[in-house]
Design a protein. Structure first.
Length: 302
């Protein structure tokens, strides 16, 4: 009997096709890997695209220095298990070398500063394409971006200068100094990712599942993990909550959500009732302004 392809098969096939297009069109690509669920799915897709051969690109992590330890541990164990090259560049080194001002305040996020480290890393290794796990349902600025997103010689993105992508034809032609950001799972949703994780039995850091954690409540009611990175005030109260994370980023700007989701099936059921995107619910840096993400992307942010 002829096999019927479901929507996950179609999303997977598209992502694998895009990765192979990157390998075919670019001389020196990289895959940006944070240890989060989306980049873990990208690694899984790359294994399907290129095994039994080696990846035609290294994995690259821009480490803010404020990462969740669980994500870093998973990152290291996974890259060792698959035997692929991991490049790590640290924001704190960039702060020192460029004499930048480190972040201040109660929740001193380095997300703005990691753009400098990313652009320096692209320049250091002469990467002409960087693969990332951004999805169009994360944030409205993401939805403006093409799958092959051209950046100029300064790493900047112009949303009005996007190339057409008709019938899955991706144009990777660039001039010297330019690079392309590539988003193989751009057409996926958060729920698609979790359904794929369930189907493929993909391992994840345990912070994606409900656990007990010390948290501090922000003025907007968000639950931030208590850590040495925060500059707490006397009136701040530390609470123990049953929480999980929908997205994994800088600990100082990524909020937890209260949850009783202990399995992937539980998370999928929970997400079907959620009305707000993962970044809208949990990322403080996206609440700075209506155009916060777009402004960062124009400056070189991924």
């Amino acid at each position: 009997m002829e096999k019927t392809f479901d929507y996950l098969d179609q999303l997977e096939a598209e992502a694998i096709y895009i990765m192979r297009e990157v390998a075919g069109q670019f001389d020196n690509p990289a895959l940006l890997f944070s240890g989060g669920k989306d980049s873990i799915c990208l690694v899984h897709l790359a294994l399907k695209a290129f095994r039994p051969g080696k990846f035609p690109f290294p994995l690259v992590h821009i480490d803010t220095g404020h990462n969740f330890p669980e994500a870093l541990d998973f990152r290291d164990k996974l890259t060792e298990h698959i035997g692929e090259r991991l490049i790590v560049r640290k924001v704190e080194d960039t702060i020192r070398d460029r004499k930048l001002q480190d972040a201040k305040g109660k929740f001193p996020s380095r997300n703005m500063l990691q753009t400098y480290t990313l652009l320096d890393t692209i320049e250091e290794f002469k990467f002409d394409a960087c693969i990332g796990g951004a999805r169009r349902d994360e944030e409205k600025a993401r939805a403006k971006e093409r799958i092959f997103s051209v950046r100029d010689e300064f790493g900047q993105w112009n949303p009005k200068m996007q190339r057409p992508e008709l019938w899955n034809h991706y144009n990777g032609k660039i001039s010297s100094g330019e690079n392309v950001r590539v988003f193989p799972i751009s057409n996926w949703t958060e729920l698609d990712v979790w359904n794929y994780i369930l189907r493929e039995e993909i391992g994840l850091p345990n912070i994606y599942f409900t656990h007990e954690r010390e948290c501090v409540t922000t003025e907007n009611g968000q639950l931030m993990a208590n850590s040495s990175f925060l500059n707490l005030e006397k009136e701040d109260t530390i609470l123990r909550k049953q929480v999980r994370y929908r997205t994994v980023g800088d600990m100082t700007c990524t909020a937890a959500v209260e949850s009783q989701a202990y399995t992937v099936e539980d998370i999928i059921a929970e997400l079907k009732e959620v009305k707000i995107s993962e970044r809208g619910a949990t990322r403080m840096d996206d609440r700075i302004s209506e155009a916060a993400m777009e402004d960062r992307k124009k400056g070189g942010y991924f």
